[in-house]
Write a protein that binds this ligand. Structure first.
Ligand SMILES: N[C@@H](CCC(=O)N[C@@H](CS)C(=O)NCC(=O)O)C(=O)O
Length: 213
């Protein structure tokens, strides 16, 4: 069996996306910690794996890959069952749509404001900037509105089949859930609340808790 080494930390949303997928596919891996908050992402060794200094990066059979979308694609090809890329072409395209939305817009808009101020700053003994939270909330609510509308007609983000798009969103939701704003956000967006309730029951989510490493 291929030997997978995943570089990153168990505090990272993107790393958790990959870890959940590996867990669901029964793929063994070693998680090698890279702490981006202490500057390890910019170390020479890590920049060789990921030229932009981010996490995750994956090594397998002499191949090094960075970017979560590329990593999950390889894992799906290595271990096609259980499938986490939908068969149906429209659902598969929807999965990619949401992966891109989350990577390009939702993550910076939600993690970069609400989660950073309420969760990351306190952990680094930095104050929460209440004004930054207030300023960030309209766009956070816009994202919740879009997700809620997508989930009105489908069980999961891409359709009735769970997909990697849900695995992108769930770790971010886990951080949002730690903020005082979460209760109102979920109450106002019942389809997102229903999706979040269901996702939290998954063994792969339960088995990959965030920690500081
Ligand atoms: N587009 C990248 C995003 C990865 C990313 O932003 N990871 C965060 C941690 S969750 C990170 O490494 N941040 C450090 C930085 O931006 O310097 C992917 O899909 O892997």
């Amino acid at each position: 069996m291929a030997k997978y080494t995943l570089f990153g930390g168990a505090y990272s949303t993107y790393v958790r996306t990959v870890r959940m997928l590996m867990q669901e596919k029964g793929l063994d891996y070693e998680l090698v910690p890279v702490n981006i908050l202490t500057g390890e992402g910019q170390s020479e060794a890590h920049l060789r794996r990921h030229p932009f200094g981010k996490i995750p990066a994956l090594e397998v059979d002499g191949v090094t890959l960075f970017e979560t979308a590329a990593i999950v694609e390889l894992l799906e090809a290595h271990q096609p069952t259980p499938a986490r890329f939908p068969e149906d072409p429209v659902e598969r395209a929807r999965m990619r749509q949401w992966m891109n939305v989350i990577d390009n817009y939702l993550y910076p808009d939600v993690v970069g404001t609400l989660v950073w101020q309420r969760v990351v700053n306190p952990r680094m003994d930095q104050p929460c900037d209440e004004q930054a939270v207030r300023d960030g909330m309209p766009v956070v609510r816009k994202h919740f509105g879009l997700l809620n509308a997508a989930l009105e007609n489908a069980k999961w983000l891409a359709g009735d089949t769970i997909s990697v798009a849900d695995f992108y969103l769930a770790p971010i939701m886990a951080y949002v859930a730690m903020t005082p704003e979460a209760e109102r956000l979920l109450a106002d967006h019942p389809q997102v609340a229903r999706w979040w309730e269901a996702f939290q029951q998954r063994e792969s989510f339960i088995q990959t808790p965030f920690d500081g490493s």
